[in-house]
Ligand binder design. Structure first.
Ligand code: KIV
Ligand code: ZN
Length: 385
């Protein structure tokens, strides 16, 4: 099995979600939980962005011992200096330095020629290596960049000492096949690429961040970047829990694994949701409230007979206590009878059948039937008989 490093950017790209602002204590609490989850790298913030960000990155670097802590930096010396000050006490300080490489970004945002971008990138990596044992270099908007240019600049920053090369799909534009092809192209055309870690960083504008990350793994990426619950700028980043569980459940196919302690996933998701105020949609894969809930009678009957009929992931794998049978108008007699028994009522088959008719009537008028609704129905039925 190939080991895939997990680079968590919940506290940096995740915090860039509109409306999210975490204070130092909240960031520390999330960082400690990410350490329990077993991520390899925590991107704790952007030290030069503000005093608050600097202090949070520093506190996390000084606290977390089992992960490498990193901070983001533009390709300017003052950012790199600030990042070193914040990160130097970390267990394994690393810098994440970036510059844009797409024609759109170079022309309109940076107002630099491609040659100037190469020069600046090389200079920033050389400067960073004076401090940092590990330097990750990112080509912002890599997926809209000219591929031969991307290969050239990557070769140059590797020569300058970069240890990790990240290929961000900054605007969530790429498709899985195309993203995999970029990794294959770089592996074929960049000298010494086998000496560094190749990283994928995907945004979800077209809903393909996780699929793209998995395609990158197939094409040789050794690091995946993402956030818990997929939070992040605009439509968010690749959801780490989805990538990790996909690799685990389909290890037959991917032949790759993360070092995550998967049982910590639900707890981490709950914490991030609570502290950021970003609600997890009920149908969200792995961590949504409905991810292990069965409503239709056919599914409920199948799961009650044998879980794997409709559950490819055991809820306990990701720290969820159990699956649930939601009683509603699609539910069948099997789940209905089971729930009555779980509530402690021993009814005859005839009573169950009569009650089932009344339950269906009620379910036509009301979305979810709660235990209280069921108990009321049972007591009413008992009074009638
Ligand atoms: O999406 C992006 O390009 C980024 C970089 C700063 C790595 O977040
Ligand atoms: Zn990003």
């Amino acid at each position: 099995m190939r080991k895939i490093n997990i680079f968590d950017t919940t506290l940096r790209d995740g915090e860039q979600s509109a409306g999210v602002n975490l204070n130092l204590h909240e960031k520390l609490e999330i960082a400690r939980q990410l350490e329990r989850l077993g991520v390899d790298i925590i991107e704790a913030g952007f030290p030069a962005a503000s005093k608050g960000d600097f202090q949070a990155v520093q506190a996390i670097a000084q606290t977390v011992r089992n992960c490498s802590v990193t901070g983001l930096s533009r390709s300017v010396q003052s950012d790199i200096d600030a990042a070193w000050e914040a990160l130097k006490d970390g267990a394994e300080p690393r810098l994440h330095v970036f510059i844009a490489t797409s024609p759109i970004h170079m022309q309109y945002k940076l107002r630099m020629t491609p040659e100037q971008v190469i020069e600046t990138a090389v200079e920033s990596v050389r400067y960073a290596k004076k401090y940092f044992p590990i330097v990750q270099w990112s080509a912002e908007d890599a997926c809209r960049s000219d591929l031969p240019f991307l290969a050239t600049i990557i070769e140059r920053v590797i020569e300058a000492g970069a240890n990790v090369i990240n290929i961000p799909d900054t605007v969530g534009y790429i498709t899985p096949k195309q993203y995999g092809d970029i990794f294959s192209f770089l592996k074929k055309n960049v000298r010494n690429i086998e000496k560094i870690n190749l990283s994928a960083h995907c945004h979800d504008d077209l809903g393909m961040a996780v699929a793209n990350s998995l395609a990158a793994i197939e094409a040789g990426a050794t690091q995946i970047e993402g956030t818990i619950n997929g939070i992040g700028e605009r439509a968010g980043n690749a959801a780490i829990e989805e990538v990790a569980v996909a690799l685990y459940i389909r290890k037959d196919y991917y032949q790759a694994e993360t070092g995550l302690n998967l049982q910590e996933i639900k707890r981490t998701s709950n914490l991030v949701s609570k502290l950021t105020g970003m609600i997890v949609p009920p149908n969200k894969a792995i961590v949504g409230k409905n991810a292990f809930a069965h409503e239709s009678g056919i599914h409920q009957d199948g799961v009650l007979k044998e879980k794997t009929t409709y559950e490819i992931i055991s809820p306990q794998l990701v720290g969820v206590q159990s699956n649930s049978m939601v009683l509603g108008k699609h539910s069948g007699r099997h789940a209905f009878r089971t729930r009555i028994q779980e509530l402690g009522y021993a009814l005859t088959e005839e009573e169950v059948n009569r009650l089932f008719v009344r339950f269906k009537d009620l379910a036509d008028k009301k979305k979810d039937i709660t235990d209280d609704d069921l108990i009321a129905l049972i007591l009413d039925e008992k009074l009638d008989t």
